[in-house]
Design a protein around this ligand. Structure first.
Ligand code: ADP
Ligand code: MG
Length: 147
């Protein structure tokens, strides 16, 4: 189901609502162009988990960030540099990908997950954010029981 997000607050609220459904070990794959609201959504997820949303920054230059203090630990990764192989030093191995996807305690949220589609865990939530003029839409597909 595609849902309209008329403003930034709506994107953050969608993240908060999604957080209520998250369980330890979940992987949330976020797909969306630059400016589609990926980091805003993560801020809402953090708030929904009881983590201070102000700690959530756009991690483009810090590929992995972990936030604690909420109902579940939140691992926030940005795969832009890894997926685009824009820097040969940024590899899945260098960010500790195997540990990230086998972490059964935390929730992991990945911006630009579509860039590494072939290695995503099959049990995951897919989130697609789309830019529609000045607003956005979101579509969430729960694939946690699909493999
Ligand atoms: P991304 O991480 O996908 O690049 P951001 O979350 O940084 O995108 O958001 C980019 C900009 O879009 C921010 O200024 C944010 O406030 C704004 N924004 C987020 N959601 C919406 C929305 N639903 N409608 C309009 N603007 C939004
Ligand atoms: Mg971002």
């Amino acid at each position: 189901m595609v849902v309209d997000l008329p403003d930034e607050a709506a994107t953050e609220r969608a993240g908060e609502e999604l957080a209520l459904r998250l369980r330890p070990g979940d992987f949330v794959a976020i797909d969306g162009d630059l400016g589609a609201g990926k980091t805003t959504l993560v801020r809402g997820i953090a708030r929904g988990l009881g983590i201070d949303p102000l700690v959530v920054a756009s991690p483009t230059f810090v590929t992995v960030q972990a936030y604690t203090g909420g109902r579940l630990p939140l691992v926030h990764i940005d795969l832009w540099r890894v997926g685009g192989q824009r820097d040969p030093g940024d590899t899945l191995e260098s960010i500790g990908w195997d540990e990230i996807v086998s972490d059964t305690c935390s929730v992991t949220v990945a911006e630009w997950a579509n860039l590494v589609a072939s290695v995503l865990p099959c049990r995951r939530l897919d989130v697609r954010l789309t830019i529609r003029g000045t607003a956005r839409t979101i579509e969430i597909t729960d694939q946690r029981s699909c493999c």
